[in-house]
Ligand binder design. Structure first.
Ligand code: NDP
Ligand code: 2IT
Length: 443
């Protein structure tokens, strides 16, 4: 049995019921065969066994009281996966579907993504099965305060720095920051994605979506193509989707779809982003409302955005949202590129099919790394007690995304997988972390 297969069978046996974590571990480890074969010291020093076992997993009770005086209990998580190259860093997901397996898949992915950014950040992730949807501001505050009243013991500006993810935006980060400050007395960069008046970075809100489009543009240019004039299908209507659509539009593409968890819109004239922002960011409403802004658009609750003819597909909602049938529909419609704004949105068989069909494919680890990279820039600004301009941060973000594309492409080519960015991103992300682990001894 190969080293990789041996470690993967341990992952499955030791972590029952964590299907998403198994999926993420398999995808990464299987692409490392050639690297671990070429470097026997990784096996000798149990690098893969140590990588798949988090440094620690924290699980806790989160009790809170709703507006009717009724008490509820949710489960809180923080998985501190690996800090070989920097403090643990990664978002907090608030969604009813969250389990330990979800957080472990996200934390594991985060190790390699953060390494790819070239910045000194380790991998971690957290969250809760709390559903912020439909809750009042006071209820969300109660939850966030209760969540942080336990989490504060384990995080810190040089220890572990959480941020946003699905269901966690500026409002939730603000409530958690206030609680951390109150409990510790420390005014420090313990969270990123903060509001601009209390240590947040300009361009962090836009960073994941903008970064996704910068990397897509670089990938297209490397293949003598361009975003200009392309038709783009976006899924999701949250932080990543909105700013991906904004940048794609600014660079001359036409975004024709967006979706939320109840349905999706098709606007053949190009999505009106001011309307989407008002519906999703201001009203916290549903996309079904979009028809009131653009009567000629279409709204559907069946099927998916991937049925629409497009040149570029940007899945920006959630994991496993683009399956083999969707991939077949995209290829039939002659899609040129698929770039993942979400984490693990494409199922393994769909990814394989897209790559075999000659579609340019940018995996989330590379393509959505702009968010966490800009979080690291927020950490730098907090340490310096300075704030940089939007243009400065955006220019750094652009440079980071171009470098990620080039490093992942070079790693793919070096190990015999030319143009396979899935392989390249995993290998480039892994080597830096693995070498830091070797240098620091068996810990
Ligand atoms: P948001 O909560 O802002 O938006 C998520 C969007 O996806 C919403 O439109 C939501 O619909 C939809 N969605 C979420 N879950 C589901 C589901 N189970 N089925 C269908 N639709 C769903 O989250 P983000 O935009 O921040 O995150 C989107 C993805 O990007 C996630 O995979 C996240 O891990 C990843 N990511 C986020 C980064 C960030 O900086 N925020 C950085 C890198 C990756 P509805 O409005 O109905 O809830
Ligand atoms: O998946 C991700 O990279 C994020 N949710 C952002 C993490 C961060 O620390 O900014």
């Amino acid at each position: 049995m190969s080293y990789v297969s041996e470690v993967l069978s341990h992952v499955v046996a030791k972590n029952p019921g964590e299907a998403e974590f198994h999926q993420a571990a398999k995808e990464v480890l299987e692409s490392l065969e050639s690297v671990v074969d070429a470097n026997p010291q990784y096996r000798k020093n149990a690098v893969l066994e140590r990588l798949v076992e988090p440094d620690r997993q924290i699980m806790f009770r989160v009790p809170w009281i709703d507006d009717n005086g009724v008490a509820h209990v949710n489960r809180g998580f923080r998985v501190q996966f690996n800090n070989a190259i920097g403090p643990y860093k990664g978002g907090l997901r608030l969604h009813p579907s969250v389990t330990l397996g979800t957080i472990k898949f996200l934390g594991f992915e985060q190790i390699f993504k953060n390494s790819l950014t070239g910045l000194p950040i380790g991998g971690g992730k957290g969250g809760s099965d709390f559903d912020p949807k439909g809750k009042s501001d006071r209820e969300v505050f109660e939850f966030c305060r209760s969540f942080m009243s336990e989490l504060y013991k384990y995080v810190g500006a040089d220890v572990d720095v959480p941020a946003g993810d699905i269901g966690t935006g500026a409002r939730e980060i603000g409530f958690m920051y206030g609680t951390y400050k109150k409990l510790t007395g420390l005014y420090e960069g313990v969270l990123t994605g903060k509001g601009l008046t209390y240590g947040g970075s300009l361009a962090r809100k836009e960073a994941t979506g903008y970064g996704l489009v910068y990397l897509t543009q670089e990938m297209l240019e490397a293949h003598k193509d361009t975003l200009k004039g392309k038709t783009v299908a976006v899924s999701g209507a949250g932080n990543v989707a909105i700013y991906a659509a904004e940048k794609a539009t600014a660079l001359g593409a036409k975004v024709v779809t967006m979706s939320d968890s109840t349905g999706w819109i098709y606007d053949k004239d190009g999505v009106d982003l001011a309307a989407v922002k008002e519906i999703k960011e201001v009203k916290r409403g549903r996309l079904s409302d979009y028809k009131n802004y653009r009567p000629k658009s279409e709204y559907s609750t069946s099927g998916h955005v991937w049925q629409v003819k497009c040149d570029i597909a940007l899945p920006c909602a959630t994991q496993n949202e683009l399956n083999i049938d969707d991939a077949r529909a995209l290829v039939k419609n002659k899609v040129v590129a698929v770039a993942e704004g979400a984490n693990m949105p494409t199922t393994p068989d769909a990814t394989e099919f897209l790559i075999k069909s000659g579609v340019l494919f940018a995996p989330g680890k590379a393509a959505n790394a702009g968010g966490v990279a800009t979080s690291a820039l927020e950490m730098s600004q907090n340490s310096q007690r300075l704030s940089w301009t939007f243009e400065e941060v955006d220019a750094k973000l652009h440079g980071i995304m171009v470098n990620i594309y080039r490093n992942a492409s070079a790693a793919a080519e070096k190990y015999g997988h030319k143009d396979n960015l899935v392989m390249g991103a995993n290998i480039a992300g892994f080597v830096k972390v693995a070498d830091a682990m070797l240098a620091q001894g068996i810990q």
